[in-house]
Design a protein around this ligand. Structure first.
Ligand SMILES: *Cc1c(COP(=O)(O)O)cnc(C)c1O
Length: 366
């Protein structure tokens, strides 16, 4: 078997990040959260248009913090899409609440509001986790209205949506709180990292307390005005993030260009489908397709040194939830079964993309 030569994703740090880390380390670094973290937060506010950005250690603990400051806990229910990264559901369990899984729409793979309406009955429903999958979202005005009419908090798990907009407004800024992840494969990264976006001054103040032990400071004398834990970021990672943010506009453009290239070159392959994608506003983080005969294609690509990754499994049917959620979620099931992420590094060369497309085309011709 050939060595993997074209990876599905690869680290995207360069000499700018190396230089920034070195300069920071030479500056008498404390390495904990301080002015560099605040500076990265400001860059993210400027890019997304959010009033406030609160940096945290990753895009899972952001979601946990969101639920915690909204007071969601034991006995409460939260709407969660059946197709998502598992963190979206696990944080609901983490605060002691119940995820209520909802099937997704075939066009966007985001939560289906008609299905959500059926699931949202009852007095214990408190919030919706809306996940813009790969930068695509349903109509966010309708999502906001849905939540407002039912008195639900709206948390957007926009982990995969940095660089994606709807009607000129950045995804992750429609809800009460929006979360973004900076884990290694995301469009920009600090290795580990995440942030919450909000326009609410009150939630912002509470999040600042929550991520710092609930401490109303005064360096000499701690006082705990609020329940909190430690969710501080590190300035060592923030200096990497500041460099990555400078590269974001280029990466957004590159991802769109790559998506077009894949689409054009695979247009004649009937067994490969692309989701409708408005590239004026959507920056597909991963090059995602739905394929017939996925396992055969994965093997054929692997033989040529090309790595791919299958879509997430259906979360309610995964071991942590399957006991409680035997019900069918046909759209999520179909996506999980047929979805494939093709090589997506922004640093792939066009020749590499063309090679991947040639191997796919040949596989389906034979
Ligand atoms: C990546 C991701 C997360 C988790 O973020 P981490 O920073 O890895 O904790 C959560 N939700 C979605 C939709 C993601 O894509």
């Amino acid at each position: 078997m050939a060595l993997i030569e074209i990876r599905q994703m690869e680290p995207t740090f360069g000499k700018e990040e190396r230089k920034a880390v070195q300069e920071y380390m030479l500056s008498g670094a404390w390495c904990t959260e301080h002015v560099k973290t605040r500076s990265l937060g400001k860059d993210i506010e400027a890019y997304t248009g959010a009033k406030h950005c609160v940096m945290m250690p990753n895009g899972t603990l952001t979601l946990y913090a969101a639920l915690a400051v909204l007071g969601i806990g034991p006995g409460d229910q939260v709407l969660v899409p059946a197709f998502t990264q598992v963190a979206t559901a696990n944080v609901v369990r983490m605060v002691g609440a119940h995820p209520v899984f909802v099937d997704v729409e075939p066009g966007t793979l985001c939560m289906d509001l008609e299905e959500a309406d059926r699931a949202a009955q009852g007095p214990y429903m408190r919030a919706m986790m809306y996940v813009p999958i790969n930068g695509r979202a349903g109509n966010m005005e309708e999502v906001i209205r849905f939540c407002a009419e039912r008195n639900l908090w709206l948390i957007e798990d926009a982990a995969q949506a940095l660089g994606s907009f709807q009607d000129g407004k950045h995804l992750g800024t429609f809800g009460d709180l929006g979360s973004i992840s900076f884990s290694t494969p995301k469009i920009i990264s600090t290795g580990q990292g995440g942030c919450l976006l909000t326009d609410s001054d009150r939630l912002y103040e509470e999040l600042l307390l929550f991520k710092n032990f609930g401490r109303t400071e005064n360096f000499q004398q701690d006082e705990y005005a609020f329940f909190g834990i430690n969710l501080k970021f590190s300035d060592l990672l923030a200096v990497i993030g500041i460099e990555q943010m400078k590269k974001l506009p280029w990466r957004v453009a590159r991802k769109k260009e790559m998506f077009v290239r894949y689409q054009e070159r695979l247009d004649s392959v009937d067994s490969i489908d692309f989701l409708p994608t408005d590239l004026r506003e959507t920056a597909p983080w991963y090059m995602d397709v739905l394929v017939e005969g996925r396992e055969g294609l994965i093997e054929a690509l692997k033989k040529e040194g090309i790595q791919t990754r299958s879509f997430y499994p259906v979360i309610p049917h995964s071991a942590p939830y399957a006991q409680e959620y035997p019900q069918r979620v046909p759209v999520a099931e179909n996506a999980s079964k047929h979805g494939l992420w093709l090589p997506s590094s922004p640093y792939l060369r066009n020749e590499d993309i063309d090679y991947v497309c040639d191997v796919i085309t040949r596989h389906y011709r034979s």
